[in-house]
Design a protein around this ligand. Sequence first.
Ligand code: DX5
Ligand code: ZN
Length: 217
Amino acid sequence: MIAPSILSADFARLGEEVEKVIAAGADVVHFDVMDNHYVPNLTFGSMICQALRDYGVTAPIDVHLMVSPVDSMIEQFLKAGASIITFHPEATQHVDRSLQLIKDGGADCGLVLNPATPLHYLDYVMDKVDQILLMSVNPGFGGQAFIDSTLKKIEAVREMITLSGRNIRLEVDGGIKASNIRAAAEAGADMFVAGSAIFNQPDYRQAIDAMRAELAL
Ligand code: DX5
Ligand code: ZN
């Protein structure tokens, strides 16, 4: 699955941008929520998610919460039409409760781990998460370079998923482009966030096709 991050879209024309990227073959809209507290940048909240739904966007919206605290944002995004909500476990006091809040609201839930965050956060929630997101850059900004040590981490999480016997999606986020998407897929990722590599290109379809071609090799 290809999940374009609208962080790199033209915010002044967001509805059109999302329509365009879905028409270009995107599977999911990746929605980066930053609060200038958990991460040193500020983006958009649930009102923008609701606005996209009202505009007619029916594609799944994958909300990546880079906020602290998280529970009030989870409630707002459930109401605003989020399909998937992930958050960073160190940003909430009660990880299991926050996951359950998402599930009870009818959305898919998941944890996000930063490049240096240990995998043990996953140990007791493998029976609950629908998705695991591994950051391959430090969160806060688009357009950063992929951190190579993430590949080993993807392999380790893929093993944990296999052991769990559950069909948990493994998403990778940060610095993904056509030249490295294959390495991430071979390590075990099956959902790929790409912001600048899609929205900074003149032709979104061409950018997405180039990634799919690498995945099909
Ligand atoms: C970073 C965000 C990413 C970011 C990816 O904090 O979580 O989703 O937009 O952007 P690129 O693909 O440009 O690294
Ligand atoms: Zn993200």
